[in-house]
Design a protein around this ligand. Sequence first.
Ligand SMILES: NC(=O)c1ccc[n+]([C@@H]2O[C@H](COP(=O)([O-])OP(=O)(O)OC[C@H]3O[C@@H](n4cnc5c(N)ncnc54)[C@H](OP(=O)(O)O)[C@@H]3O)[C@@H](O)[C@H]2O)c1
Length: 324
Amino acid sequence: MARTIIIETAGGPENMKLADLSVGDPGPGEIRIRHMACGLNFIDVYQRTGLYPLELPHALGMEAAGIVEAVGEGVTHLKEGDRAAYASMPPGAYSEARVMPAAQVCPLPDEISFEEAASIMLQGMTVEYLFHRTTPIAKGDSVLFHAAAGGVGLLACQWARSEGIELIGTAGSDEKCALAKEAGAAHVINYSKNDFVEEVKGITGGAGVDVVMDGVGKDTFDGSLDCLKPLGMMISFGNASGPVPPVNLLTLAQKGSLKMTRATLFTHLADHAKCQEMAKHLFSKVISGDVRVNIGQRFPLERIADAHKALEARQTTGSTIITL
Ligand SMILES: NC(=O)c1ccc[n+]([C@@H]2O[C@H](COP(=O)([O-])OP(=O)(O)OC[C@H]3O[C@@H](n4cnc5c(N)ncnc54)[C@H](OP(=O)(O)O)[C@@H]3O)[C@@H](O)[C@H]2O)c1
């Protein structure tokens, strides 16, 4: 049996319930993993509220680290006793143990703790694909990154600094701006107090940035387009403030032949070899010291509702760990 957070109906944080579920044995292509720590991500909120619908009832949680207890037929990259971590479908990581597909589970180097792994797998591999697999970004290029003191944000600031990329970070308070700056943002903008479009124009001498990475969504989308240079690239990758309404393609022409993608990590992770390569790249950045893990807060599994409330209320910084 394993304590597991489930939802029976989509809705508020109070809809999450702690259940005792039997775990069972792995089938072909699966493993059983005993979790040591789980991660909290905004996608968990979208799945809980029904913005990203799940077949209900369903367990929640997309990221964890732990020890492999058993492997099913055909699994060759993991064995019983291995340390491992993942960001993977299907949801179910808010649990003490689970059976799951093995393909997206990655061997975890000894240098990285379970808590560190549970805080970087989803947000760190997101940063990996944003900077390396979405659009060409060269040393010296400028990137506007919203919510730069969040989980993805603080990792992005450090990643950009290590690659010589000039990251302009936005955040909702002066304290958060200071965190983003310390993590490597070349410039920071408190977008609760200041018009970020005007600020970006000022910082770039009116030119705009090469790339925008926007996980905030509805509230920042229009302004983000106004921050781009002609031929610039808009990467929309989240909806923390709500989903972006339908876009008129002509807007992209009028604002200077802009390019745009709505990117998602799970497209990249779908390929087993690519997923393992992305995880190795992320681990190497952490082990080299280029990227430091930022665990801003911890909540025990039974307080998962408080964790969701804090994330949605913009009260968290860096990554959040769910302890077991
Ligand atoms: N597509 C993908 O592959 C992918 C993968 C991972 C994450 N994401 C997305 O990336 C974004 C960041 O994820 P995360 O888990 O690291 O979360 P996070 O950045 O730690 O938290 C979200 C942050 O968004 C900002 N925000 C602005 N308006 C908000 C609002 N109305 N409600 C709540 N937050 C608001 C807040 O920072 P300020 O107070 O500083 O504004 C808040 O702290 C999310 O949109 C997530 O869905 C996408």
